[in-house]
Ligand binder design. Structure first.
Ligand SMILES: [Zn+2]
Length: 1036
């Protein structure tokens, strides 16, 4: 145990001034996560609000079976109703199937949550405590003394300690997290019953989800909402220390990470935090070995800022052999004159200027003052040799579609408004105050330019001295050039008057013109000419298929090619013009985001246009049924997010790993010249993630750890050339049993999803769905074969850390990319590229939405608790069987947020939520995208909850879309998102588990025919190295 304290002394938080300095009361405060709370209307008193203090059953839904309905109370939201039929277990079991095929037009009455309480029970522990602590091996003696055990020692998984409970604490540890106000590591702080209930599984014990008769009880299958809610509460007042706990919180949960030398899981998540030493052992688990990297991921209040280190002209110290950057796992010897690389073990000479003596135990005496030796994530300023061109502040070039459709449908208005808001809107969350005092949204040095296009291209001189912007028309779209030498790119603050006046006038200016056909490719070519010298970011709007001039596109998807080979072609592009411009952009350090609207639901060939954003590291925002003004707020917020999120450009990325492993594949949106070369990005932003798969090129030494380092070389938005390094460490063990304790479900799902998305251009969708099924069976059967003990053979046993894995894969099979049935190819390809770039948080929500019932909120929900943390209600499972009569639900999948309202909703509830006079569903404005600000308790609760959801998501803005039962088309989207039901041409969750279970049993009995279960997927192709997943079959 003493080794642990030694590690502390080596560098981390105790005592290093500044960054992770000594305990300090202010810091302690800051470390707590405080979700922002929506402001209350003037004079609003929480205690005095109309419904505060009302009986707690105030908003409770339909009474449980057998109990007569409570008469409606004065303020009750539920009219008296006859008690619904008693729902016994069998009915509930059948319900999932019944409801799966529900007809939305029916007046479906709600069912009570017959067994909701049971959800809260812990799953049975099948087995006793697992193995012993795994040694942390990697610190060579010179630095660390004897190998220590700190890495896994306190992983709450071990020995039956609950996953989210307080870890056992050694004396050495108690000194450690003091600096961040971590309450969880004081010895006296025992785990609460809630924490125990959270995940009481033992490491090797799986959760039994079915009886030996093979029947699956829908109330006992693993619940995604539960797997989020409990950790979310735990992490409200606990920090995640990155070296002590080695299984990150679920990705959908907000948490404060404390960097102890290993990067925060927000930046890097390994699928396995304990890696088997051989490829065979890994293969027995069927799990992928991979890393999900989100190098510019946003941080949360309370987290340490990433240190920016400047080593001057020499640049950061690097290994001479493998070029790895200096990091906390490199060790010093020979009195400090050599450092040994943790990737390749090469002993390097320490450069004279970096020399520091070591203490008797081999530790550099200056370690505590050196963030690069104590933190997993750091950023290095780099000298000229790392430059491709002189770095300057980021140039933003807005390309605005002013063709007829954009004008007619209000898309042009919305886009211009969004740009104004992104440049000049206040940065806090008050969308109502676009004219708040000058806040600089772009960093100093960043510049903006504006180009409009229809069948001509118009450039604007935005020089600050002008009364108004000067337009230069470029009629020659065959060979466009940039007609301006000055004034195209300006400082947005200096030219604020010119820019706002132009953007305000554009809609009316082009209302007179109305050219129907936009010429996109020539505009992109012109934009690239304008940005070639510097690099930069293009933000382009488009409201119609670009059918004019060079690069004109045509209607490729006429809806008749469903499930054919021709459909596959529609998911990609062979257009030489767009492919060429994409490559050219990357070479010049340019990337593009597209905002594409099909106001009349038309085809836009996102496969071709979005190719440009996918290759350059950008993003496509797609509004398939854009309706102004309903969608204007979402558009505006998303433009603002695009412009204000952390963005770098002209980026190169390299991932290094320990000897014995090698990178086998990359997944994401980037340009990859040749395998082995660095990944190239025109631009990269906070929301983008990359999946990296590894294979073995030898056997790992279980006495050493496995190390991973990603290095992103990029230019920041304010014009500095930097390298951001993320360092990740995993322990290594001989067999695979140990590694099952450290599986990161979110990372596994993410990498499988990215790989599936990458295969869309090669394989029929049916084969991809089959392969996903295969993979699920392989992983669960592998676990069953290798790691569970004496469960009855007929029992479905799920690994503790992969309990919700099956549901996530079912969500993936039901996603717009992969689902069976008809789906416009624009939507398929859009979602496919999005999946390739999604971080773990965004993907988790996408695969299983957050559903919150609003009609039965506790009066304290949606308000800060005594510690200032917003109290969130528990989420509801995504099944119609959970929907209550008269209920109101928020359904948020990170992309859209529905407010579904049952037809028999209480008029009182509607008035409390939407204001006086709104007593029936029909009175509500179908196009409202926000809630009004009212002085009712319920309204404040819901606005606070929405604020919380808005802060815990990826790149898409949160605005409301009403889905009133039997009234709104959005109700179909509601039904689609109930992923536990039978829908999207796929099974219900229960039936899916039964299906998977049957194939696991066949596999265990040696009777599984992969061809059958995998939709004819060929398994002949094991020509992949390592984990190049034979389940995908052969590929090109
Ligand atoms: Zn090296």
């Amino acid at each position: 145990m003493s080794e642990f304290s030694m590690y502390h002394a080596l560098g981390s938080p105790v005592g290093s001034p500044g960054l992770n300095g000594p305990p300090n009361p202010r810091k302690k405060e800051a470390a707590k996560f405080r979700p922002p709370v929506a402001t209350s209307p003037g004079g609003y008193q929480q205690i005095g609000s109309p419904t505060y203090g009302a009986p707690p059953n105030q908003y409770i839904g339909t009474p449980l079976s057998g109990i007569p309905a409570t008469p409606a109370q004065e303020q009750g939201y539920f009219p008296a109703q006859p008690a619904p039929p008693a729902a016994n277990e069998a009915e509930v079991a059948g319900l999932a199937q019944q409801m799966g095929g529900m007809g939305l037009g029916l007046e479906a009455s709600g069912y009570p949550r017959a067994h909701k309480k049971k959800d809260r029970h812990a799953y049975h522990n099948i087995e006793g405590p697992g193995g012993s602590s795994q040694a942390f091996n990697g610190m060579p003696q010179g630095d660390m003394g004897t190998p220590t055990q700190f890495l896994n020692q306190n992983t709450p998984q071990l020995g039956g300690t609950p996953q989210w409970g307080s870890p056992q604490v050694t004396p050495a540890m108690s000194q450690f997290p003091a600096g961040v106000g971590n309450q969880s590591f004081t010895p006296a702080n025992a785990a609460t019953p809630m924490q125990h209930a959270a995940r009481s599984g033992t490491p090797l014990g799986g959760a039994a989800a079915s009886s030996s008769a093979g029947r699956v009880d829908p109330e006992h299958i693993p619940s995604v909402p539960r797997s989020r809610d409990i950790p979310a509460k735990y992490y409200l007042d606990h920090v995640y220390p990155t070296m002590e706990q080695h299984l990150p919180p679920p990705a959908a949960v907000p948490f404060v990470a404390f960097d102890q030398g290993n990067s925060s899981p927000k930046f890097a998540r390994l699928t396995l935090n304990n890696i088997p030493s051989s490829s065979d052992a890994l293969a027995s688990t069927a799990l992928p070995l991979g890393l999900i990297l989100q190098p510019l991921a946003p941080q949360q209040e309370g987290e340490q800022p990433i240190p920016v280190l400047d080593f001057g002209e020499t640049g950061p110290p690097r290994c001479r052999r493998c070029r790895a950057y200096i990091n906390p796992f490199m060790t010093f010897r020979s009195g400090g004159s050599k450092f040994v690389c943790n990737m390749c073990t090469f002993p390097n000479d320490v450069p004279g200027e970096y020399f520091s003596p070591t203490d008797p135990s081999g530790v550099r005496v200056d370690r505590q003052q050196r963030p690069e030796l104590s933190m997993g994530t750091v950023e290095f300023m780099v000298p000229k040799e790392y430059w491709a061109k002189e770095p300057v502040g980021l140039r933003w070039l807005f390309l605005i579609d002013v063709s007829a459709e954009a004008v007619n449908r209000g898309f042009l208005d919305g886009f211009c408004e969004g740009i104004i808001s992104s440049l000049y809107g206040s940065t806090d969350k008050q969308p109502d105050q676009p004219d708040a005092a000058a806040t600089r949204n772009l960093p100093v040095g960043a510049k903006v330019g504006i180009v409009t296009f229809d069948k001509e291209i118009h450039f604007y001189n935005l020089s600050a001295g002008l009364d108004q912007a000067q337009m230069m028309v470029m009629p020659d779209i065959e060979d466009p050039f940039v007609p301006l030498s000055e004034g195209l790119f300006v400082d947005p603050e200096e030219s604020k008057a010119v820019i706002t006046s132009l953007l305000t006038q554009l809609p009316s200016m082009f209302r007179e013109v109305k050219n129907p056909e936009p010429a996109l490719l020539p505009t992109l070519n012109a934009a690239v000419s304008a940005l070639t010298a510097t690099g930069g970011k293009i933000v382009c709007s488009l409201a119609a298929l670009p059918t004019w001039g060079p690069g004109a596109l045509f209607m490729r998807d006429n809806g008749s090619m469903h499930a054919s080979d021709a459909e596959k072609k529609l998911l990609t592009t062979e257009h030489p013009g767009y492919r060429k411009i994409a490559t050219k952009m990357v070479e010049s350090g340019i990337g593009a985001d597209f905002f594409m609207a099909a106001p009349s639901g038309g085809y836009l060939d996102i496969a071709t246009i979005g190719h440009v954003s996918a290759v350059t590291g950008g993003e496509t925002f797609y509004y398939p049924n854009f309706h102004s003004p309903r969608d204007t707020l979402k558009l505006s917020k998303e433009i603002k997010h695009t412009v204000t999120r952390e963005t770098g450009y002209q980026a190169l990325m390299k991932v290094r790993c320990s000897n014995g492993l090698q990178v086998s594949e990359y997944h994401g949106n980037f340009y990859h010249h040749t395998f082995g070369a660095d990944l190239e990005f025109g631009v990269i932003d906070a929301d983008k993630a990359i999946g990296v798969m590894f294979s073995y090129d030898g056997k790992l030494d279980p006495k050493l750890d496995a190390h991973f380092q990603s290095a992103l070389l990029y230019t920041t938005a304010n014009g500095e050339r930097r390298v951001r390094c993320h360092n990740t460490v995993a322990s290594v063990t001989e067999g695979a049993a140990e590694c099952m304790k450290f599986v990161d479900q979110d990372a596994v799902v993410n990498i499988i999803a990215k790989e599936a998305a990458a295969r869309m251009a090669e394989k029929p969708l049916k084969d991809i769905r089959g392969a996903l099924t295969e993979k699920t069976v392989d992983i669960l059967a592998g676990y069953r074969k290798n790691f569970t003990g004496n469960n009855p053979p007929g029992q479905l046993v799920l690994p503790e850390n992969l309990k919700e894995f099956s549901m996530c894969i079912l969500g993936l099979i039901k996603s717009r990319s992969f689902k069976g049935g008809k789906e416009p190819t624009d939507r398929r390809v859009h979602d496919m590229r999005m999946i390739k770039a999604m971080g773990c948080l965004e993907l988790s929500l996408y695969l299983y939405p957050r559903i919150l019932s609003l009609h039965n909120l506790d009066e304290k929900d949606g308000f800060p608790n005594e510690n200032g943390y917003l109290r969130m209600p528990d989420a509801t499972r995504a099944s119609y069987s959970q929907v209550e009569e008269g209920g109101v639900y928020i359904v948020d999948n990170g992309q859209m947020c529905l407010l579904w309202i049952h037809a028999q909703v209480s008029p009182n509830l509607l008035e409390d939520l939407f204001g006086e006079g709104n007593t029936t569903l029909k009175q509500l404005d179908a196009f409202q995208s926000t809630l009004p600000v009212l002085e009712t308790h319920l309204n404040a609760q819901v606005r606070n909850i929405l604020q919380y959801l808005e802060d815990a998501r990826g790149s898409k803005a949160l605005t409301l879309q009403l889905a009133r039962q039997n009234l709104d088309g959005a109700e179909y989207e509601f039904a689609r998102l109930l992923f536990e039901d039978r829908n999207n041409e796929a099974q219900s969750y229960v039936d899916w588990l039964v299906h998977v279970h049957r194939h696991i049993q066949l596999e265990l009995a040696g009777q599984r025919k992969k061809e059958d279960s995998g939709d004819g997927l060929a398994h002949s192709a094991s020509n992949f190295v390592g984990l190049r997943t034979p389940y995908w079959g052969s590929s090109s």
